[in-house]
Write a protein that binds this ligand. Structure first.
Ligand SMILES: CC(C)(COP(=O)(O)OP(=O)(O)OC[C@H]1O[C@@H](n2cnc3c(N)ncnc32)[C@H](O)[C@@H]1OP(=O)(O)O)[C@@H](O)C(=O)NCCC(=O)NCCS
Length: 231
C-alpha cells in the first residue's frame, strides 16, 4: 500500500499529539514532521501534571519527529516532497489561515478519522476534518472544512457543522442543528433540535441550548443564557 508522508501543523499534546497517536490507522498516512507556523520556536515551560506521560515541543522536535518552525512552511514542505498536511490548530482563525496557505502552495489537506467513528448514510465530510474516537455523524449530516469533533461528540441527522467549528468531548446535538462558522461548543453541552448557533459563538460546558444563539455570543447554563456578545 502506498503511504503518504504527512506534516501535522500544530504541536499541542492534547490535539496534535493525540491525533498523531492514531492518524496512521485512519488512512494511508505516515506522519513525518510537525509544524509551528512561526519563525520563532515555541517557548513552552513544562508544568507539573498529574499525568505521567506528556510531550512538549523543543525548538527542533516534538514526539521524536522534526518540528519545522517557519512562516514559509508550505513552500518548505513542498521542497521536501511532503505533499499532505493536517492542520490541528485549536484557534479557528489560525486553523483556517493555515489551511488556506497549505492549499495555495498546492498541498493536500487530509482528514483524520478515528477507526471507531460512525458515519451514517449520505453524510458529507469536508477537508481537514478531525473526528476523534467514538464520534457519531448522523444521516445526511454535514461536517465542513476544518471542523473538529472531539471524543464521543454526537451529531444527528441533517446537522451542519460549519467551517472551522469545534465540538468538544461528549457534545450532543439533536437533529437539524447548525453550528456556525468558527463557533465552539464546549464539553458535554446538549443542543435541542433545529437550533442555530451563530458564527463565532461559544457554548459553555454542560449547557443545554434550547434557543438560537446569536453570532459571537457566549451562552452558559441550563437552559443556556447569553452572558456576553463579542462585537
Ligand atoms: C463558557 C466559557 C468558555 C466561558 O469562559 P469565560 O468567558 O472566561 O467566562 P467566565 O469564566 O468569566 O465566567 C463568566 C460567568 O459565567 C459562569 N460560567 C462560566 N462557564 C460556565 C459554565 N460552563 N456553566 C455555567 N456557568 C458558567 C461563571 O460562573 C461566571 O458567572 P458569574 O459572573 O456569575 O461569576 C467557559 O467557562 C467554559 O465552559 N469552558 C469550557 C472548557 C472546556 O470544556 N474545554 C474543553 C477542551 S477539550
Amino acid at each position: 500500500m502506498v503511504t503518504h508522508a504527512v506534516a501535522v501543523v500544530g504541536w499541542h499534546e492534547g490535539l496534535a499529539g493525540q491525533v498523531h497517536s492514531w492518524l496512521a490507522q485512519s488512512g494511508p498516512y505516515r506522519v513525518v514532521c510537525f509544524v509551528h507556523p512561526d519563525d520563532e520556536a515555541p517557548v513552552v515551560q513544562p508544568v507539573t501534571r498529574d499525568a505521567s506521560q506528556f510531550d512538549y515541543p523543543t525548538d527542533s522536535s516534538f514526539k521524536g519527529l522534526p518540528l519545522l518552525c517557519k512562516t514559509t512552511w508550505p513552500a518548505q514542505l513542498k521542497a521536501q516532497g511532503i505533499d499532505h498536511v493536517l492542520v490541528t490548530l485549536d484557534d479557528a482563525a489560525s486553523r483556517l489561515q493555515a489551511m488556506t496557505a497549505a492549499e495555495a502552495a498546492g498541498l493536500t489537506l487530509i482528514n483524520a478519522i478515528h477507526p471507531s467513528v460512525r458515519v451514517m448514510a449520505d453524510a458529507l465530510l469536508g477537508k481537514n476534518v478531525i473526528l476523534h474516537a467514538g464520534v457519531h455523524v448522523g444521516y445526511r449530516a454535514e461536517v465542513r472544512d476544518g471542523a473538529f469533533l472531539n471524543t464521543n461528540a454526537q451529531i444527528d441527522h441533517h446537522d451542519v457543522i460549519e467551517v472551522g467549528a469545534t465540538l468538544d468531548p461528549a457534545v450532543v446535538l439533536a437533529g437539524n442543528v447548525t453550528v456556525g462558522r468558527a463557533a465552539r461548543v464546549h464539553t458535554g453541552a446538549v443542543v435541542k433540535n433545529r437550533i442555530r448557533i451563530g458564527a463565532g459563538a461559544v457554548i459553555g460546558a454542560g449547557a443545554v441550548v434550547i434557543r438560537d444563539i446569536p453570532p459571537g455570543a457566549t451562552a452558559v447554563g441550563v437552559p443556556a443564557a447569553v452572558i456576553k456578545v463579542r462585537r
